[in-house]
Design a protein around this ligand. Structure first.
Ligand code: SF4
Length: 321
């Protein structure tokens, strides 16, 4: 069981050093930098082997990259211009933020020749307020040369590679037309671990043929894998996807917020407390969202989750073995 102590205000202080019931990324960043560090997203104009026919065509059945690309991003602008505009926007929103990590987010951001990657990443790192990169990609889009290059960068900068796994079930990966299997993710972890590069894993909960048993088993399965950060989001059916067509033809149940929060709490209780949580809820712009309509912003969902964890007197890793 996790070591915890009572603080003066009777709140438990967990082994990650705060009274929050799970190991939050914001606290992790503060410990490293002593201040808030904000991600600034860029669209570097990549595509994806699951769309251009190299692996498959049509992409993952739920994927519409428009649903997570902020307004200031456009591949028609240079990387530095997107960073400047993003930083300007974020500084208006969060006062006093001075350090930024450039997030290469849409599509597969290692899917290009190494020389192209070097040029794009180094443009981003040349910005005086940028301290590192987070690179979102597929586990089948890395190789030894690319990882060796990132290892070199990681000696000077804060480098994270984010692998989309989405489910620990090969059956699900087939059904969502993911174009890789679970073993491919494990191979990417093996290639990347112990090289100074931080690793984030991305998971989705809510595929209608999966169930709670599998999602809770996911916590046990992930706990012994060599990665640092975890992002989870609830399944969104968004416009312009194969899933939208399937949903409209035959609407399937999607979790309600209370159900999802309960699932996340039980998941966190089983998860290794060393894993830092970057995200537990997704948000899709209303113009692209078909379902579910929870009518709550991300911050409100996080507040409800934390309140409920406090009420249940529970925390990440409570039942981790
Ligand atoms: S979710 Fe990622 S891997 Fe799947 S089609 Fe979209 S960009 Fe490609």
């Amino acid at each position: 069981m996790l070591n915890s102590t009572e603080s003066k205000n009777t709140k438990k202080i967990f082994e990650w050093g705060t009274s929050y019931p799970y190991n939050r990324f914001a606290d992790y960043q503060k410990k490293i930098y002593g201040e808030r560090v904000q991600k600034v997203t860029v669209d570097a104009g990549f595509t994806c082997p699951n769309r251009d026919g190299s692996v498959a065509k049509g992409g993952c059945v739920y994927c519409n990259n428009e649903s997570f690309n902020p307004g200031y991003n456009s591949a028609s602008k240079t990387i530095l211009r997107q960073i400047d505009e993003g930083i300007e926007f974020l500084k208006r929103r969060y006062k006093n933020v001075r350090k930024f990590i450039v997030y290469f987010q849409p599509y597969s951001n290692t899917y290009a020749p190494l020389e192209t990657l070097k040029s794009l990443y180094e443009q981003a790192l040349s910005h005086p307020e940028v301290v590192g990169l987070t690179i979102g990609t597929r586990p089948d889009c890395v190789d030894e040369a690319k990882i060796a290059y990132l290892q070199e960068l990681a000696k000077t900068y804060d480098i994270t590679i984010e692998y989309g796994l989405e489910s620990i079930s090969d059956d699900t990966l087939r059904r969502i037309n993911r174009g890789h299997d679970v073993q491919c993710y494990l191979n990417a972890l093996d290639l990347t671990k112990n090289r100074g590069i931080k690793i984030c894993t991305h998971i989705i909960f809510g595929f209608p043929w999966e169930d709670r048993t599998l999602w809770l088993k996911t916590a046990d399965w992930l706990s012994d894998k060599p990665f640092d950060f975890l992002k989870i989001h609830q399944l969104h059916v968004v416009k312009g996807t194969a899933m939208e067509i399937a949903y409209k033809k035959n609407p399937f149940p999607l979790p309600e917020p209370e159900e999802y929060i309960d699932l996340i709490i039980r998941f966190l209780e089983r998860l290794d407390p060393r894993i830092v949580i970057q995200r537990l809820f997704g948000e899709a712009p209303p113009r692209t969202l078909v379902a579910p309509h929870w009518g709550m912003r991300h911050t409100e969902l996080v507040r409800l989750l934390e309140k409920e964890m406090e009420r249940r007197e529970t925390w990440q890793g409570k039942y981790y073995r």
